[in-house]
Design a protein. Sequence first.
Length: 275
Amino acid sequence: MSTPEVSQANRSSVMRAVDLLAVVVTWAGGAALLIGLVSIVKPLSFLHIRTRAAGTAVAGAGLLAVAGATLIGGRLTRPATGARLDDFLPEYHFHEVHSIRVHAPRDRVYAAIKAVTADEIRFFRTLTWVRSPSLARRAESILAPSRRTPIHEVAMRTTFVLLADDPGRELVTGTVLGRPWTHGRRPEPRDFIEWDRPGYCKAAMNFRLEDDADGWVRLSTETRVFATSEQARRNFALYWRVIYPGSALIRREWLKAIRRRAEAAGATARIRLIS
């Protein structure tokens, strides 16, 4: 690996650690805030909070921690990964990356990406309900998809736009987020690239396939979020820190669902050949 690549990898590792620190601080601050508020009503002596004044102090410290976490991380980053995702969102303030190995040909894995449903993704409905309980009562969306329709198809006909579709290589989708951040806008690809209206966030997500050894494929997914103004960055930072643990879990389970579907399709094909 060349020196620039090593430097980029090191920067990415440092920024990922800083972002994870911000998530920990946010959740710890939120817990302290909740404990403090409860202790204002009834001091929790088993936590050594014996007076309402002490509860107020704990709540204040928690609030400061949550507010301070929005200032940690979220720095503008411009990577060079060689992915098609770079063409549509070359820089970002927030992102996450997950990967998995799949023992199946690229075309079968790519087909599984487009075919997997929300019900195949463990914890998907539970976590999206916790995130936005009211969405279950609204029109179909990426956070409230129908049970039998592939989640990719739901995304494409609601708030996401298809940015790149390279069969067997990479699938890229995107949306524009406005407050509250669960509500997206469905722009055209050119509009997505050029969108710079202050107060919004552009979000793009990909699934990328790369050959691995002995018939394995490395399947990765990256989500990037770019804030169009400093105020939007600060506002989104708190939301991102809160949802990150659930978001990361959903993406890891999403990859596992794709793997199960792709490898099961291979097993079915082998049975048909034998029979």
